[in-house]
Write a protein that binds this ligand. Structure first.
Ligand SMILES: Cc1cc2nc3c(=O)[nH]c(=O)nc-3n(C[C@H](O)[C@H](O)[C@H](O)COP(=O)(O)OP(=O)(O)OC[C@H]3O[C@@H](n4cnc5c(N)ncnc54)[C@H](O)[C@@H]3O)c2cc1C
Length: 667
């Protein structure tokens, strides 16, 4: 067992997974709405992925008979709607019996439960989208969350609202030529799918199919669908993850990061509105402070959930809420959709699943997500038979700074860097390409862990900081979040206030007029003498000499020139090329960069309808998953890496797929 509740011993090592080699294909012909069924057959490699509550991999091959669920119930029997309803009725009887022996709130909650068509676990973006789809089809939904209602929207509320679109109106305005073919080339080069793309039991089988569908979606319907819901985007399209240096390798060939006007809250808003309207219509019932601890299966069919009712909480959004249990509950419905998010706030799980290919996990990391991103539901769903794939694939950032005014524990903020700051390891040795700001997140992460230290350094100028540093997160961008055009325009002549505050109060920032003063500050901050003034000076001066010509052999300087041929970067994200030691661009600034945990790229394997699959590749009747818990679709739509802006989009798309499929299944 891998993703277990945090209190359980973690013995799983992801690298022990039997990854099968596949051939990622460039040909694409999967229609967006197709919902193929995986041929189901026994597979010896599944023994290490067996899903029951073992704390160690199976010692012997343990193939499941075809079309048979773990409990031994034939699939064709369970997928028959009449049988499924019978199972649900049985479960409903059990709930009623339990309820009769209970008193208080939990009893009331259970009694209301039996009339719902669907239970959605998690009120984040994926859960809201799925709920909205179910309600639009007239289904009755119980929307559960362990947090209070103040946290509606989950992580998406805190997000920057960056969305990956292909060939958009905004790209057109910025003179960007994009196409579905180019985006698919980039997606494949970035994902590096290599775990059984052509094998129905491969870990990448469904992730690859989701990727095909998702790139279709992002190239087509996605923007018009969201625009139809009232969303708008800032016209300066950002160029994230510029890649590893090869056209068919990692990275975005062109800018595709579209910041939503109103940032994360504006992504949540249309779906929150729909769900609240459905609450008013009596179709959706909120069940906050309901923490799911178990998914109930009756004769092989998922019939509901059990868990604990937590005490009422007045914790502000994003703050950890109490885990004191006041009673228990059991709720039943025809389908359960798990939309519980990833593992980013649970450093135990992050470490337990950290892959050897990224070196050793840093001893010290900061946290880029609220405490509710605890990963518990992964272990709980695995226990109910769901298959987890690609648990070793994660997306953590290398440019994390400690929040001087934290909302959640160990709160870190990510700098979204432009291309010009110089990047050094903890000892002051400059990284080589592609470890440059905004190019290749995981390659740089590996270089940092390989340095033997937990952190690295940007050395930069005030001129670069003012133009190029953006802080990810809705609360760090009041102009964009509050749709304040004047405040936004003031970025032209002044450094944004949140950035200045970090410079002033953030413990990771050192500001100095001279390089020797800067180096003294860097060593003082870390309590070491790791950075040598002469060595740092030599590297900076060498780089500065490359500025004298409009061409260069320095890959980063070439990258700056390249960025300056893109209008969006010239206008808002790239300072004109200048020498770091040019005092008119100063003062000098060093920023200690910490590793910041954020996204989970693997998760519950699902088919294109969002149905959770078991170890034999068969859908578990009545169980669906969407959003980060499902690796944003299929258990890993991203493969190993992301092109950025693909997480919110993955929640929107997979939440919609699962919601629609669950609505059809409960018709
Ligand atoms: C600061 C920040 C900036 C970001 N910026 C971007 C961006 O610009 N672009 C982008 O694409 N992505 C971005 N992301 C990532 C994106 O926001 C998330 O990946 C996405 O919102 C996850 O949504 P979700 O619905 O899958 O899960 P979540 O939002 O994590 O919601 C899951 C919910 O499930 C609940 N839950 C969990 N377990 C249980 C249980 N056992 N019982 C009951 N309830 C449970 C949780 O309390 C939570 O409310 C950002 C994230 C952060 C934090």
């Amino acid at each position: 067992m891998r993703w277990l509740p945090a209190t359980t011993a973690l013995s799983y090592r992801p690298d022990s997974l039997g990854a099968t080699d596949g051939n990622p294909r460039l040909a694409r012909n999967t229609p967006f709405a197709r919902t193929p069924h995986a041929p189901v057959r026994a597979h010896p490699c599944l023994c290490s992925l067996h899903l029951h509550s073992h704390s160690h991999p199976h010692p012997h091959p343990h193939p499941h008979p075809p079309y048979v669920l773990p409990e031994g119930t034939p699939m064709e029997h369970l997928t028959d709607p009449v049988s499924r309803r019978r199972a649900l009725t049985l479960a409903g009887g059990a709930v009623a019996a339990t309820a009769l022996t209970q008193t208080g709130t939990a009893f009331g909650a259970s009694a209301a439960a039996t009339s719902a068509d669907a239970i959605v676990v998690g009120h984040g973006l994926a859960g809201l989208v799925a709920t909205a789809e179910l309600a639009a089809a007239g289904r009755k939904v119980l929307l559960l969350d362990q947090e209070p209602e103040t946290n509606l929207g989950g992580q998406a509320f805190w997000s920057f609202g960056g969305l990956f679109f292909v060939d958009s109106v905004e790209q057109g305005l910025m003179g960007v030529n994009d196409s579905q073919e180019l985006a698919w080339q980039d997606w494949l080069g970035t994902a590096g799918f290599d775990r059984g793309v052509d094998d129905p039991l491969g870990q990448d089988y469904w992730g690859y199919k989701w990727a095909e569908s998702y790139v279709d979606f992002a190239s087509g319907e996605k923007r018009s669908w969201l625009a139809g819901l009232g969303m708008q985007w800032f016209p300066m399209v950002g160029w994230a993850e510029r890649g590893g240096g090869l056209a068919d390798g990692h990275g975005n060939s062109v800018p595709r990061f579209h910041v939503t006007w109103g940032t994360g809250p504006a992504v949540v808003e249309p779906f929150e509105k729909k769900v609240r309207a459905a609450v008013a219509d009596g179709l959706v019932t909120f069940k906050h402070r309901h923490r799911v601890d178990e998914i109930v299966r009756t004769n092989g069919v998922v019939t509901g959930v059990r868990g604990a009712v937590l005490e009422a909480s007045s914790a502000a959004r994003g703050k950890a809420s109490s885990r004191t249990v006041v009673s228990s509950f059991e709720l039943s419905a025809e389908v359960v959709i798990v939309t519980s998010g990833g593992i980013g706030a649970n450093h135990d799980l992050v470490r337990a699943n950290w892959p050897a290919r990224l070196g050793t996990a840093p001893k010290s990391m900061i946290t880029g997500v609220p405490a509710h991103v605890d990963g518990r539901m992964l272990g709980i769903t695995e226990k109910a038979g769901g298959r987890i794939v690609n648990p070793d694939r994660m997306w953590h950032y290398t440019e994390g700074i400690k929040n001087y005014d934290p909302i959640w524990a160990n709160h870190g903020i990510r700098i979204l860097p432009g291309p010009s700051s110089m990047w050094f390891d903890a000892t002051g040795k400059r990284f080589s390409a592609p470890d440059m700001p905004g190019y290749d997140t995981l390659h740089t992460l590996k270089s940092i862990t390989g340095s033997g230290h937990d952190y690295s350094w940007f050395v930069t100028t005030q001129k670069i900081l003012a133009k190029e540093f953006a802080l990810s997160g809705s609360e760090q961008n009041p102009d964009l979040t509050n749709k304040d055009i004047w405040m936004l325009l003031s970025r032209i002549w002044q450094t944004p206030e949140p950035l200045e505050r970090f410079k002033k109060y953030g413990e990771d920032f050192i500001v100095a007029e001279t390089l020797s003063e800067l180096v003294r500050g860097m060593n003082k901050l870390t309590g070491t003498s790791l950075v040598d003034l002469a060595a740092l000076q030599r590297q900076i001066e060498a780089r500065d000499r490359e500025i004298d010509n409009v061409y260069s052999k320095d890959a980063q300087v070439m990258g700056i020139r390249n960025a300056l041929s893109y209008t969006g970067d010239v206008l808002s994200r790239t300072a004109s090329a200048h020498k770091i030691l040019d005092s008119s661009a100063g003062p000098l600034i060093a920023v200690r960069l910490n590793v910041l945990t954020r996204k989970t790229l693997g998760g519950l394997q699902t088919d294109l309808s969002g149905r959770v699959l078991d170890a034999a590749g068969a859908p578990i009747p009545g169980l669906y998953a969407a959003g980060e818990v499902a690796g944003f679709g299929g258990g890993g739509v991203h493969g190993y890496r992301s092109l950025e802006g693909t997480f919110l989009g993955g929640c929107l798309f997979s939440g919609r797929q699962a919601g629609r499929a669950a609505a059809a299944a409960t018709a």
